[in-house]
Design a protein around this ligand. Sequence first.
Ligand code: 6R9
Length: 572
Amino acid sequence: MKLEALPVIKGEYNLQNYDEKYKQFDWVETEKEFSWSKTGKINLAYEAIDRHAESDRKDKAALLYKDDNRDETYTFDEMKNLSNQAANVLKNFGEVEKGDRVFIFMPRSPELYMALLGTIKTGAIVGPLFEAFMEGAVRDRLEDSGAKVLITTPELLPRVPVSDLPELKHIFLVGDNIEEKDNLHDFSAKLKQADTAFSIEWVNREDGLILHYTSGSTGKPKGVLHVHNAMIQHYQSAKWVLDLKENDIYWCTADPGWVTGTSYGIFGPWLTGTTNVIVGGRFKPESWYKTIQDYGVTVWYSAPTAFRMLMGAGDEIVEKYNLSSLRHVLSVGEPLNPEVVRWGMKVFNKRIHDNWWMTETGAQIISNYACMEIKPGSMGKPLPGIVAAIVDDQGNELPPHRMGNLAIKKGWPSMMHTIWNNQAKYESYFMPGGWYVSGDSAYMDEEGYFWFQGRVDDVIMTSGERVGPFEVESKLVEHPAIAEAGVIGKPDPVRGEIIKAFIALRDGYEPTEELIEEIRQFVKQGLAAHAAPREIEFRDKLPKTRSGKIMRRVLKAWELDLPTGDLSTMED
Ligand code: 6R9
């Protein structure tokens, strides 16, 4: 797919000298920015909060929080005290010690952020869970991690199978008028009474920080462990990719149950001392635009699925709001369709900057930078300090335009430390030559931009041609009738596989034979004859993860009558 690059929009951006930096950058440069490079005392929560509270940023807003019932602002100084109080509660009543696993299972609220920072201050490992998880999903994660403490709400408590979890010693409830008994504690009341002074547990760079469970295509979800050392890359990428500067108002729409909601909803912005907007509650296009307008959001990080929903809600809504504060818009989680990039240009007059990374990589790896031309549909170029390549199944680097495994040279600062309880799984990610293999297939063009093609096991082989499902999906959503599309390879005795598309139509369109034919022609003419779906099936909704990824393995399982595997991360 050949697409014109979009020029840089005028502005003073970080990383202006990308090419030069890429040639000579060493992460040691970033380490010097942390206080531990002088004191030797390491803890991410100190660098994210206390360091600013002890500086000119003391009274700067750290957290701007809003949901249907609350509208609150917390300064760095207040966040320091409140996270200290949370740490005291956990230590005094939850017997939390360094290395213990403390899980947080609750909707977004200021208390969630205080509890998470407080946990890190005690030296324990924090495990954030999506509030929508049902009992089975909660059990799998608490059991596998051997969680000792859980912070939740009275509403969610019934989904915690306490009697199946012998290692779970204490439960803290966030809410009003909590009745305490046995090991059930009133977190909110105790937080108010707790001492605002806490002596932070200093850790080593390779000590555990956070455990994010992520689903694979088979088996139970795996616990990806990150360590404090990751802060080096959280910080540097927040500068280079998010382009954060002193006066920015930053909004990341992701929930902390997803790695984007911690690495870039918490760590990146606060390590750089940025004002961070957090919005609770459900997605509503109008209230999203209102958030940008009312807070004067300057940097906005979201996901393709959200942009597509906004696109589907219509451009008239956008015109009702003043979004002129926006300076930099970013996307992650899934391929960003060129159509969405063009829509962003039209309605916001902003380029949406795609970037690529994974739970396992801990932080951004490949990105379109504010200072650089972007090619719609491309994920961009690797961060300075990171070597990315396309390799074959033996670990040999492939030349430009050859599709293969997207791989990264081992050793970037935020690389996962292990898979909890499963060292063998961890080792299976690596290939000879020191490559971490992502499981994504992609190619690189002659200018070094990376183009996503699909998960390796999603790539379709039809009549001897390799087709990336994303290219077909992207073409499909350009059609005016199509809201969303998921594309899979369906086994076929003649062609190996044929392309099958699942399509959700926009309001006002009917699934007719004519429309099917029209869609086929549309892909044929826009992409290639062999890429046109032979089969099309209409659905009201497509199966998606909570982070918005279309679950092609579920589509495939439906199609082939196979078990769907772990569905705990699937949206309701
Ligand atoms: C941060 C995050 C990782 C997988 C990854 C890839 C897909 C993420 C993408 C993208 C195309 C992008 N993915 N960003 N695909 N373009 N810009 O999403 O982590 O939930 O672990 O998912 O998401 O398939 O391998 P995680």
